[in-house]
Design a protein around this ligand. Structure first.
Ligand code: HDD
Length: 680
């Protein structure tokens, strides 16, 4: 339970399943007290182990079965509990109960993930991120199973195994792990050009988020809202993080993966433990049924977004994540999401990717969680009553009383009984459908490049440069020159500037004509235009014995007052003394606290600096500078700036007045990165 949170209904339910083994007697799973847990039962001290040692057999059997299959995609994930509240009733559009009353707090469970990597892979990899939310509503569980990218690689679910096979490690040598920078992925891209738009996103900064707390979420598909009068609207869902959408830089991300492969989960876990609860606003874009064909893209095509400038995102509520899980396996690993878990008022569209997903998610849980009763696992149970005639299967926990397990019946007065629409029964939206049975792609799904160009046009210069560098990196790792050239030629259709930019870097033939002719841009797509806030940013304070005590402590207090988190870094752990006797406790050494693990650097120094500390501090500062991070300096720290020749660079702050320094440095930190910096 996060600090100051009341127990919600889901938490009360989970409480019944929690157990604390501390202070208890050890027993077998059958309750027999255990007298010895060091030595197996043997025939004589040096003799063979006996089969009748039931404690040994049980302990070992359980251990042998501790692992379950990891998710085929999104294996590496981390989750938290929280709550969702709507700002105002959405009655006009939907009858969904949890979207009606602003005073109602709906418990949620959110699992963030990478897509391609296995369960033990590093987190700051280039990839889409899963953003799956389970709302435990009074009308049943509603799952919004989205990503941090609003479009998808493919248009038809039949191709999902193909894209996943292509991006996963290659089967003949199982390399590379958690990376798309290899031949089969790019071969897929070049030969399945519907991927053009999403690949623009995965090559952009969006694919290396700074934090799960600083990325957007998207439902991707077009869904339907249906109101009490049975009227439907098409809808797309958005999560907007209040801290803004921010990213790492590629060199930094790669280093983080070595220094701290748990970087993203650590960041989420620590923020929640510290009471800095991550917050996301829920937004919806709504299109009237009669406007289905009013756009220059098909709204059923999952490779297309709805530009926010044309169809504004209406902010309708807020989600706060306020509690870490008690047990990662029981909750995060066993949670089972399904885009088909809907409540009355939320319905599907004919997006062929969504339609296929509706099959896949239950199917995968059957192999992953071992049978049809995974809905009984504590994390998956709805908080409202659930009754039907489904029975038996592996791991059944519910004890259904009575002889009746069929519908209709007279022995139980025909119960459990169905509900009318008015009583809350789910009635599918009665869309009129007719057509021939065909395996085909609609003509309206065939424009693969326009929105890829829209995305490119919307980027700032720095973002464009990062995209060119990402293509250059990924294709630089591709061994087959034909694949490299195919990708260059494909992206010439998106933007000649882009294709020429990376073709040159990878030694491919440089295209001379191209472009999709799209000149429009969508400023909402650029992270330059996101919220910029200093709160929760970490600052490495590089400090040594003999620092100026009173001023440093007033600056650190000033930064903390802005919600910034200074952490002391020095040559060894312990306590450091200032010139005036002030003391600070060291949190990290230069060995454990790399610059890549912090948002900003505050260089202080001191009167006693060894050659080694000097060298380490200079490395720290130069590396942070090359990652465009804010750098502040006072006292001796200013000499380090001079030595690095960065004193007058953008985002570098120094001064003698503590208050003015705090103000300026806070602004520099809020900016996140200083792209206008010239690197030498
Ligand atoms: Fe999926 C997991 C998101 C297309 C089949 N998917 C999974 C998770 C997320 C998404 C966030 C992890 C859930 C968790 O944390 O447990 N998937 C998406 C999005 C898609 C998408 C946003 C496109 C818009 N997925 C997609 C297709 C298929 C699947 C087209 C198959 C037809 N996805 C699965 C799966 C997974 C899964 C194999 C693996 C583990 C699981 O379901 O529970 O069934």
């Amino acid at each position: 339970m996060g600090k100051n949170n009341e127990q919600n209904k889901k938490d009360e339910q989970l409480e019944k399943f929690r157990t604390d083994d501390r202070g208890k007697k050890m027993t077998t799973n059958h309750g027999t007290k255990v007298s010895e847990d060091e030595f197996s039962l043997k025939a004589g001290e040096r003799g063979p182990t006996l089969m009748e040692d039931f404690h040994f057999r049980e302990k070992m059997t359980h251990f042998d079965h501790e692992r379950i299959p990891e998710r085929i995609v999104h294996a590496r994930g981390f989750a938290a509990h929280g709550e969702f509240q709507v700002y105002e009733s959405m009655k006009e559009y939907t009858r969904a109960g949890f979207l009606q009353d602003p005073s109602v707090k709906t418990p949620v469970f959110v699992r963030f993930s990478t897509v391609a990597g296995n369960k033990g892979s590093a987190e700051a990899v280039r990839d889409a991120r899963g953003f799956a939310t389970k709302f435990y509503t009074e009308e049943g569980n509603y799952d919004l199973v989205g990503n941090n990218i609003p479009v998808f690689f493919i248009q038809d679910a039949l191709k999902f195994p193909d894209i996943v096979h292509a991006v996963k490690p290659e089967p003949h040598n199982e390399m590379p792990q958690a990376a798309s920078a290899h031949d089969t992925f790019w071969d897929f891209v070049a030969n399945n050009q519907e991927s053009a738009h999403m690949v623009m996103w995965t090559m952009s900064d969006r694919a290396i988020p700074r934090s799960f707390r600083m990325m957007e979420g998207f439902g991707v598909h077009t869904f339907r809202f249906v109101n009490d009068q049975g009227e439907a609207h098409f809808v797309k869902f958005h999560w907007k993080p209040l801290l803004g959408t921010h990213s790492l830089v590629w060199d930094e991300a790669q280093k983080i993966n070595g220094k701290d492969p748990d970087f993203h989960r650590g960041d989420l876990y620590e923020s929640i433990e510290a009471g800095d609860y991550p917050e996301y606003e829920l937004g919806v874009q709504v299109i009237k049924e009669e406007d289905e064909f009013s756009f220059d893209f098909d709204i059923l095509d999952p490779t297309k977004l709805w530009p926010e400038e044309d169809i504004p995102v209406k902010i309708v509520g807020k989600m706060t994540l306020n509690r870490n899980v008690d047990n990662v396996f029981a909750e995060t690993e066993q949670v089972a999401f399904h885009p088909g878990n809907v409540v009355p008022g939320i319905d599907f569209s004919n997006d062929p990717l969504l339609q296929g997903r509706l099959f896949s998610y239950t199917d995968t849980q059957l192999i992953r969680l071992g049978g049809p009763n995974f809905h009984e696992l504590p994390i998956n149970r709805p908080v409202c009553p659930f009754h039907n005639n489904q029975r038996d299967g592996y791991g059944r926990m519910t004890i259904n009383k009575g002889p009746v397990s069929y519908h209709k019946n007279s022995l139980a007065d025909n119960t459990p009984e169905t509900s009318t629409e008015e009583e809350g029964g789910y009635v599918h939206y009665q869309e009129k459908v007719e057509g021939r049975k065909v395996r085909a792609r609609s003509e309206s799904f065939k424009d693969h490049f326009s929105q890829a160009t829209l995305f490119w046009n919307s980027m700032s210069d720095a973002e464009k440069d990062h995209i060119i560098q990402a293509f250059s990196f990924e294709l630089g790792k591709v061994k087959n020159p034909s694949i490299q050239q195919q990708v260059v030629d494909m992206y010439a259709n998106v933007s000649l500037e882009l294709a020429q930019g990376f073709a040159e870097n990878i030694g491919a033939e440089i295209p001379q004509t191209g472009g999709s002719g799209v000149t429009k841009s969508s400023p909402a797509l650029s992270q330059e235009n996101t919220n910029k806030k200093p709160q929760t940013r970490t600052v490495a304070v590089l400090i040594a014995e003999g620092f100026d005590g009173s001023e440093v402590s007033s600056i650190l207090d000033g930064l903390k007052g802005k919600g910034i988190q200074p952490e002391i870094v020095s040559d060894k752990l312990g306590t450091l003394k200032g010139a005036d006797g002030a003391k600070v406790k060291v949190g990290h050494t230069f060995l454990t606290g790399e610059s890549v693990l912090f948002d900003a650097i505050y260089a202080v120094g001191g009167s006693q600096i060894s050659e080694k500390t000097h060298k380490d501090a200079m490395y720290f500062i130069n590396e942070a500078f090359s990652h465009f991070k804010p750098i502040g300096a006072t006292h001796h720290g200013k000499k380090w700036l001079e030595e690095a020749k960065i004193t007058n660079s953008p985002g570098v702050v120094h001064g003698d007045d503590a208050q003015a320094f705090v103000k300026e440095f806070t602004e520099a930190i809020a900016e996140h990165r200083h792209w206008s910096r010239q690197l030498v």
